[in-house]
Ligand binder design. Structure first.
Ligand SMILES: *Cc1c(COP(=O)(O)O)cnc(C)c1O
Length: 376
């Protein structure tokens, strides 16, 4: 049996390596390292896949969030509501721009932002909501759209973990995660479902004015060469990364289906184990399983992790600590028990190996060892 990894980019490269090599080689030969032709082609291909009017590429997913906050013209002191249970990027950029992060609890089942909690957190200073489509499944966007409309708020979707997930509206139509709010952001960090071979990111919007301004801000606020209309930043996707992404985008649907098959296998294996709670699947979203995250209900999560380690099975705790308890954000003055759902999730969650190249033998071995732990 192959060695088991959380994410196995080596196994993937063994399969698509020759396509990748050719794509990178063609950029090397052209020397068009910045804003080469692959950038525009990749943006167009991703637009098509996402069913969105504009894709603006940038340097990484954190920058994408930063650019989104900049382009909406939010002012210092404006409040931005987001979830306590996510990667740090989301509140980092809010804080950097002098905006006020307002943290709320997630739902214990889906791990995504709680609509009730958002509703309670809205004040006259609230300007935006940032739902994160965590672990590959959409937040409850239809409810958020209603709230945003009622209170005149922007929605910025952090879709870094959900490239390819479909949101299902009550009227039967679907949209891709990241294309539902005013702006969506994503990351092409290597381990993401659509990952490149370094850093990369992008924004989605259907609004042409926003798209034009985003392009400008991501390139020093430059409108015409050496004329600057906005204060901008330098945040561009490298052409080499765009070339890699063009190859990987072609395989994305297949890769996401393979992840789902792994999740189904795990679900089935754990169905009879009352101490494991498998990830809840919301009726309004497909799930592309960026992570497969169980909750261990007997307080022995860390013991299980160690046991698996001893059997050469890696696992990870995403996320070990809530945002509201991080030292850097102490100035927000939250108390530990302000967000009890996150606190309990941080103690129970465990993400198991999940990638498109998992072999049945590996899966059988992992599920056997997990169940063995609970039978001891
Ligand atoms: C990965 C990730 C980001 C940041 O992306 P980078 O490209 O690493 O900057 C932001 N939000 C979420 C939810 C992520 O998972």
């Amino acid at each position: 049996m192959r060695e088991i990894h959380m994410v196995d980019l080596k196994a993937q490269y063994e399969k698509i390596g020759s396509e990748i090599d050719n794509a990178i080689k063609s950029v090397l030969v052209s020397t068009a390292f910045i804003k080469g032709p692959d950038i525009k082609l990749f943006e167009e291909e991703l637009q098509e896949y996402m069913g969105v009017k504009h894709v603006v590429s940038c340097a990484n997913g954190t920058d994408a969030l930063h650019l989104a906050m900049m382009v909406l013209g939010l002012k210092p002191g404006d409040e931005v509501i987001t979830t306590d249970f996510t990667f740090i990027s989301t509140i980092e950029v809010v804080a950097l721009l002098g905006l006020k992060p307002v943290i709320v609890d997630p739902e214990p089942g889906t791990f995504n932002i709680s609509i009730k909690a958002v509703q309670k957190a809205i004040t006259s200073k609230t300007k935006a909501i940032v739902p994160v489509h965590l672990f590959g499944q959409c937040a409850d966007m239809e409810s958020l759209l209603v709230l945003a409309k009622k209170h005149d708020l922007f929605i910025i979707e952090d879709a870094a973990q959900a490239t390819g997930a479909d949101y299902l509206f009550k009227n039967g139509t679907t949209k891709k995660a990241g294309t539902i709010g005013h702006i969506g952001t994503t990351s092409f960090f290597p381990s993401k479902n659509l990952g490149c071979y370094g850093d990369g990111g992008a924004l989605y919007t259907n609004d042409e004015t926003l798209a034009r301004k985003l392009r400008s801000i991501a390139n020093h606020g430059m409108k015409v060469r050496y004329h600057y209309d906005d204060i901008g930043v330098n945040s561009r996707l490298d052409t080499i990364q765009a070339a890699v992404l063009r190859v990987k985008l072609k395989h994305l649907s297949k890769f996401n289906s393979a992840r789902k098959a792994v999740a189904d296998h795990y679900d089935e294996a754990f169905a009879g184990c009352p101490l494991i709670s498998v990830p809840e699947r919301a009726g309004y979203s497909s799930h592309i399983f960026h992570q497969y995250t169980i909750k261990v209900k007997n307080g022995k999560r860390d013991e299980l992790k160690k046991y698996l380690e001893s059997k050469n099975i890696p696992s990870m705790v995403y996320y070990p600590g809530p945002l509201h308890m991080q030292k850097a954000y102490g100035y927000l003055d939250y108390k530990e028990n302000d967000f009890p759902v996150t606190i309990s999730l941080c103690k129970e969650v465990l993400s198991l190996p999940m990638h498109p190249d998992m072999e049945k033998e590996q899966l059988d071995y992992i599920t056997l060892k997990v169940l063995e732990f609970f039978d001891k």
